[in-house]
Design a protein around this ligand. Sequence first.
Ligand SMILES: [Zn+2]
Ligand SMILES: [Zn+2]
Ligand SMILES: [Zn+2]
Ligand SMILES: [Zn+2]
Length: 243
Amino acid sequence: MTDTIRVFAGDCTITTDGDTKQRRRGEVVAVLKPDDTLLVHDVDGYQPVEWLTRAETAHATLDGDTFTLVAATSDRRLRVDCHTCYSISRFPGSKAGIPVGTCPHCDGALTQADRNVSCLDCRREYRIPRRASVGDDTCECGLPTMCVERGERFELCIDRDCRTVLDAVSARFDREWDYPDCGADLRILWRGGIIAGCDRYPDCETAFGVPEGRIVESCTCGLPAFRTRTGRRCLGSDCAAVG
Ligand SMILES: [Zn+2]
Ligand SMILES: [Zn+2]
Ligand SMILES: [Zn+2]
Ligand SMILES: [Zn+2]
């Protein structure tokens, strides 16, 4: 879906109600964002003369050649009444993300914002895991790859349908470890996240989330130990062994 940024320009009266009540008049540009943020800019400086961020309601009324903009939260209201309209425009808008490559489908620019990589042209979107870093390399399919740490560092396509993190972790670590208490293999599975679960399930219900991080050593309990962002930890979330 394409977001729209709407831009209104003209000689306007700007009225605010709430903690501060004020009326101003001037030739201004108002920007209404898809998240209902309303900004009113005059000729001075970088700061809007008035604004309301993520209003609860915001709408534009067009009346002949003029417009009225109203944005409100429970305790504040910003209103822009146009006397002489210079321009009313709408533009496709997106987040300004970090450029990470070129779309193999349409040659558009791929950008990353938060946990999404998206194409500015065809608008295809790829959701990436938290803390995955989108690398400089390219998958065979043409999309950029990302680095994910699960036991070791995996370089994977950002398209989950191309090769999922689960597939890669499973190909590398399925049956790699056994559970010391019962001796059965641990299987790599998806249960709302990547887990290593005992092969004897349901007789044995042991399952551990596979931490984000690299395996650095073997724990004294026999399971692998990971170095994570918060320190060293055993795959066995209940493991008491130290070092
Ligand atoms: Zn594209
Ligand atoms: Zn791919
Ligand atoms: Zn078991
Ligand atoms: Zn342990």
